[in-house]
Design a protein. Structure first.
Length: 756
């Protein structure tokens, strides 16, 4: 690289040191990075693709501003999205400068907002010693607000109201500013009154919530011109990291502060905007040049992380999006191995395949810490966790608890434990009032006192106290109803299959309904996890056997070393990188997620595609994408269609593995031969109408299913993958077959045909 400084994007050459040589802190930057670091004052947007050195550019630009005297530390506002990122930025800047940079306003949006609010809280009726409520405090306060409004907090859940309030604050709306289109039908249209009452209660308590840490400073800057002018004068330079993840309130705050000098540098990647569900607006980064006319735009496209094949695959996919600035990642490194596409029979085979691949790479010398399994939904982790435990592969679930450690799973398992073992006091205490039945802490404390003195289980004490007056009548009635449910479920232990009993318990207890009525963002994921739990229970002959399995799983989880496979959602993987990445579950409905498409349409589809892009670009050396031909949904097996994203991957950079014999390179010719052209033509026409056509003979298609036939135990059949066999049991559309060579398998009836 030449040591000569290039012209900057803002159109002016930066100050040159004597002799025209680059100072140490600028050496080693590529031309685009150097241009971004040394750009003159003014609005600058740095579009930093994955693995292009974004953090280095931002910290070096900040150090460069200070070292060249263009700003002093107290005149700089630098905003990050995590406290960890803020600490790392300070350390890097001070290392580059060789001295302290004390005085910087550097931190997260919320910490910056808090700093402003401590100085000017009286303008929004807060005293200097105000407190900040956590989520539990917010929910309790919102429950009080609902009760004061004489609204049933079981019908109108406080958590749902909290979601509305958070959304309005993320968008910068005070109660009087919420537009009619944003109100909705919560509490029969009274949500704005509740929001106003909630804010008034916060003032009375001299408190605010996290949303107020943005909303209140925004209000102050809008309504106090002298304070706004003071901050606009103070901050001669503003730098913002991860600009694509800003919400509306953060965007408005930045725009106000930068309107005078317009010396703002925003670094981000519109192709990695994946957090709309928590308020992020990709439109903020897309309209930067409209907000700041004449802004310089620099694209960082040279990737230092991934191989050419991985980058080519990711770039080809994201190019299908229309709402983006546009950039193409490239590398000087070798192309490497193609991105591999594996079509598997079902999620169990998918977990086995990925487990085998990880073991093979470990034997070849790769570290487990450099391998990751990335999924779209949290419930997908169960199959991998259990397979890894069977193999003895140490793993960790990143960004969340392991499947059996999730709160909703622990709750459901506690119900099963109490049914199977009436003396399980820990399970009793966990779920006796979950969902709420009117059996409060005081009642449970009373039960505990009697149980300890009599040395009896809580369930026996509860039955005894139904006949006494120690508990209030309402509490006794609720306790009696709960014990009656337990008795009914215990009688059903010997009558119902474990799966059916688990579903019945979750339904009759009201636990499933509790999450169905919960309007928080994580409620759908919790319901998916409960469905996955029910599916797991079906694999066991008894509830007791399942509970033993859970105990062994939880025990095995604790025996881990430092070298661990990472299992996480795609959202949790942003900012991370691994040598080997496995992207599982690329099927229509799962990824792209059907719920997201139903709620957001084309806009959500583009975000799902950005999520796929993020997943691919986490890989440094090898990336494997897998999908299952069949997934269990409730009590029926369902054939799955490969994700449309697979069809969008550029053929030059991918390789189809075709592990499943039903997935062949020449799928069209194979289907014509096996099923006849008219039937296949009809099937292809239907696929085209659904927009799920995968063109070209080298693309993966699911095998057209045969029309279902009526099969009985004892019938002789033929299966394309497993060969000849005899049916031993029939369960709906699922057949258990003893194959001549493959052993006993469970398959869908549409994939077999009668044999002579």
């Amino acid at each position: 690289m030449s040591d000569a400084l290039p012209k900057t994007a803002a159109g002016a050459a930066p100050m040159m040191p004597p002799g025209g040589e680059l100072p140490p802190h600028l050496r080693g930057l590529n031309p685009e990075q150097l241009a971004a670091v040394t750009a003159a004052d003014g609005p600058l947007l740095v579009l930093a693709g994955a693995g292009t050195g974004k953090t280095r550019v931002l910290t070096t630009r900040l150090a460069h501003l200070l070292m060249t005297g263009r700003a002093r530390p107290h005149e700089v506002l630098a905003v990050t999205f995590t406290n960890k990122a803020a600490r790392e930025m300070v350390e890097r800047v001070e290392h580059l400068m060789g001295r302290s940079c004390a005085g910087l306003w550097l931190g997260t949006f919320h910490s910056i907002g808090l700093r402003m609010l401590r100085a000017h809280g009286e303008l929004v009726e807060l005293q200097a010693n105000f407190t900040i409520l956590d989520t539990d405090d917010q929910l309790r306060l919102l429950k009080q607000v609902l009760q004061a409004a004489e609204l049933d907090d079981k019908r109108w859940a406080p958590r749902a109201l909290l979601g509305l309030v958070q959304r309005w604050k993320d968008r910068g709306y005070r109660p009087e500013e919420v537009p009619a289109s944003e109100v909705g039908d919560f509490a029969a249209g009274r949500s704005l009154q509740l929001y106003k009452a909630y804010q008034q209660r916060l003032v009375t308590l001299n408190a605010c919530d996290f949303g107020d840490l943005l909303l209140h400073p925004l209000t102050i800057l809008r309504t106090a011109p002298d304070i706004l002018a003071r901050y606009q004068t103070r901050f001669r330079a503003i730098l913002v990291d991860e600009y694509q993840d800003t919400n509306v309130a953060q965007y408005l705050l930045l725009r106000l502060l930068a309107q005078t000098h317009k010396n703002i540098t925003c670094v981000g990647d519109d192709d990695q905007s994946i957090y709309s569900w928590r308020g992020a607006e990709v439109g903020n980064i897309l309209r930067f040049e409209q907000d700041f006319p004449g802004a310089g735009v620099i694209r960082l496209e040279r990737n230092y992380r991934s191989t050419g094949a991985i980058l080519g695959t990711a770039s080809g996919l994201i190019a299908k999006n229309t709402a983006r600035h546009g950039k193409t990642l490239w590398t000087e490194d070798e192309p490497g191995v193609p991105v591999r596409i594996a079509g598997l029979w079902d999620e169990q085979e998918e977990a086995r395949y990925i487990g085998d691949e990880i073991e093979a790479r470990q034997r070849a010398g790769s570290s487990l810490a450099q391998m990751a399994v990335l999924v779209r939904a949290g419930f997908q982790t169960r199959a991998f966790e259990e397979r890894f435990i069977q193999l003895g592969l140490p793993y960790r679930v990143v960004g969340g608890p392991r499947f059996y450690e999730r709160a909703e799973i622990r709750d459901a398992v506690a119900y099963l434990r109490l049914v199977a073992q009436p003396a399980d006091d820990l399970a009793f205490e966990r779920i006796v009032n979950l969902p709420r039945r009117g059996i409060g802490d005081a009642a449970i404390k009373t039960l505990h006192g009697v149980a300890r003195s009599a040395e009896l289980p809580l369930t026996r004490v509860a039955r005894q106290m139904l006949e006494t007056d120690e508990l209030a009548t309402r509490t006794r009635n609720a306790l009696a109803a709960f014990l009656a449910m337990l008795d009914n479920w215990r009688r059903a232990l010997a009558e119902l299959p474990p799966r059916d009993l688990a579903e019945r318990i979750l339904d009759e207890s009201g636990y499933t309904a509790m999450w169905q009525n919960d309007k928080s963002a994580d409620a759908p994921g919790r319901l998916d996890n409960l469905k996955e739990l029910v599916k797991a229970i079906e694999e066991f002959e008894t509830i007791g056997a399942f509970l033993e399995h859970v105990s062994l799983v939880m025990d095995a989880v604790g025996e881990r070393g430092a070298d661990l496979v990472s299992v996480m959602t795609l959202h949790g993987a942003k900012g991370l990188e691994f040598d080997h990445v496995f992207l599982a579950g690329w099927e229509e409905g799962l990824f792209p997620n059907q719920r997201a498409l139903d709620e957001g349409g084309a806009k959500s589809l583009e975000e799902e595609r950005r999520l796929a892009y993020v997943g691919i670009t986490r890989a440094r050396q090898c990336c494997t994408i897998s999908f299952a031909s069949n997934r269990r949904i409730y009590n029926q097996w369902s054939s799955s269609v490969p994700s449309r994203f697979i069809a969008e991957l550029p053929p030059a950079h991918i390789e189809h593995l075709h592990r499943n014999p039903a997935m062949r390179p020449d799928t069209d010719a194979f289907a014509d031969e096996l099923f006849g052209q008219p039937r296949v033509a009809k099937f292809r026409s239907r696929r085209a109408e659904l927009g799920k056509v995968i063109e070209g003979k080298a693309e993966i298609l699911k095998t057209p299913p045969r029309p279902s036939a009526v099969f009985s135990a004892g019938d002789r059949i033929f299966h394309q993958k497993f060969g000849y066999g005899r049916i031993t049991a029939v369960d709906g559309n699922k057949l258990e077959i003893a194959f001549d060579k493959a052993g006993t398998k469970k398959v869908i009836d549409s994939f077999v045909e009668a044999a002579g």
